[in-house]
Ligand binder design. Structure first.
Ligand code: 7TS
Length: 415
């Protein structure tokens, strides 16, 4: 477990505030994480001392900015164990990365009658780009279902992925069910049929060690803001052989080799996919977030969240007032727990929890097909990160009890 005596929480000033006269318990990390001061300091330092555009000038600030931007790319490469920095494309986030693949590789490869396979637990970001591509191309979009326990059904995947499949796109970790999907096995299945595997790493890269080569994913997208980095910066990893064959996503400055009046040639990787002035400070901030996470160690981060879930989930499962979505076994669970308090709308639950200083999300979590599959309209969701403590879990449990009490009797007994 991460040693809170070292007071890692002191690195996150935002966590020290009171919300509704209670100390804040931030359990909305699946939506976005908080940033340590090293990350916010890195942004300030860049803007105050080194700011310039990259790859354009020979002056000192331009060189400093370029060096820092490219150093950030190298940090990302090492963080996900990619073979080369040229396979790391900076994007606006996961959504942007997934749209990039659908609009370039997808446009190039998918033809009428082909199939795209995703899972029923996908976030809309890893669903709508494929749905719209399938509609444009008259291809078929197929969904892999869940097991009774709420995990991805690999047997179903093995029947859905066929020789007609061109793209398989699956979340590495679900933003609702709290499961980790077996990307390496899915990659094997996809490759057996000549398809590529796209991994949506938005909920995985912040929480576990990722090795894109060991997983053998063809593409992998994630967001900086869910892993302590700035908003508006993300990463798309792609195997060089695919990135080389793909057309550019956007056209303009930075991404060209030579422009003639009637034709152009493209810059080498990864710049072919980085048109226009990039989010330079964002990339540098993401590099700083990676430094922070790496210093702690990703296995420590996973272990910490695992212990919190081991503590909390059985208590929630044992509570007859609570319905849990996804596996009930904490060993099969990340730090994302979707639930409902029976008989109450999750928005009311989230509002009542906020009155107790506990921040959770309520809604469909951008996974409406999953909600329909589960037979619910919405759920509440608590999601943990490395700065959360057992005390936070206790505060959630107490706040849930008070919420139940309030809606049953109109008063909070303990107050
Ligand atoms: N994929 C998954 C699995 C996600 O959880 C999210 C964001 C995205 C893609 C999109 O990431 P973005 O950074 O491009 O927006 N998920 C959530 C969530 O669960 N609550 O708020 C955002």
């Amino acid at each position: 477990m991460i040693n809170h005596n070292i007071d890692l929480r002191a690195d996150f000033p935002i966590l020290t505030q009171q919300v509704n006269n209670e100390p804040l318990v931030y359990l909305d990390n699946a939506a976005t994480s908080q940033r340590p001061t090293t990350v916010t300091d890195s942004l300030l330092r860049f803007y105050q001392t080194d700011n310039a555009n990259v790859h354009r000038g020979v002056h000192t600030l331009a060189e400093r900015a370029t060096n820092q931007y490219e150093t950030a790319r190298r940090k990302v490469q090492q963080f996900i164990h990619a073979a080369e920095t040229s396979e790391i494309i900076f994007t606006k986030g996961t959504t942007d990365g997934l749209n990039l693949i659908a609009s370039t590789y997808g446009e190039q490869v998918v033809q009428a009658g082909d199939e795209i396979v995703i899972s029923i637990m996908e976030h809309h970001s890893n669903l709508i780009p494929w749905q719209q591509l399938a509609l444009r191309k008259r291809a078929t979009l197929k969904y892999v279902g869940l097991t009774a326990e709420g995990e991805l059904d690999l047997e179903d995947a093995a029947t859905k992925i066929t020789d007609k499949t061109k793209i398989v796109a699956v979340a590495h970790a679900s933003n609702v069910l709290g499961v980790v999907n077996p990307l390496a096995k899915l990659a094997q299945l996809a490759h057996q049929h000549g398809a590529v595997l796209v991994g949506d790493g938005a909920q995985a890269a912040p929480h576990m060690a990722v090795d894109v080569q060991a997983l053998d994913v063809d593409f992998y997208a994630f967001s900086g803001h869910k892993m302590m980095g700035p908003t508006g910066i993300g990463v798309l990893y792609g195997k060089r052989r695919w990135l080389e064959q793909m057309p550019p996503y956007q056209f303009g400055g930075e991404m060209i080799d030579f422009v003639h009046q009637q034709s152009s040639t493209w810059a080498q990787l990864p710049y072919k996919f980085e048109a226009g002035t990039q989010n330079i400070a964002g990339a540098i901030g993401l590099g700083s977030a990676i430094d922070y996470l790496s210093e702690i160690g990703m296995s420590q981060v996973t272990e910490h969240e695992q212990r919190l879930v081991n503590y909390l989930l059985p208590k929630l499962v044992a509570n007859p007032d609570i319905e849990i979505y996804g596996p009930h076994n904490p060993q099969q669970h990340t730090g994302v727990i979707a639930f409902n308090l029976k008989g109450l709308h999750p928005h009311d639950v989230a509002t009542a929890l906020d009155m107790e200083g506990v921040a959770v999300r309520a809604g469909h979590h951008c996974a409406q097909p999953l909600m329909a599959y589960l037979g619910v309209v919405a759920t509440a969701r608590a999601s943990f990160y490395l700065y959360n403590t057992q005390q936070d879990a206790d505060r959630l449990i107490a706040a849930l009890a008070e919420t139940k009490e309030f809606f049953s009797h109109g008063v909070i007994k303990s107050k």
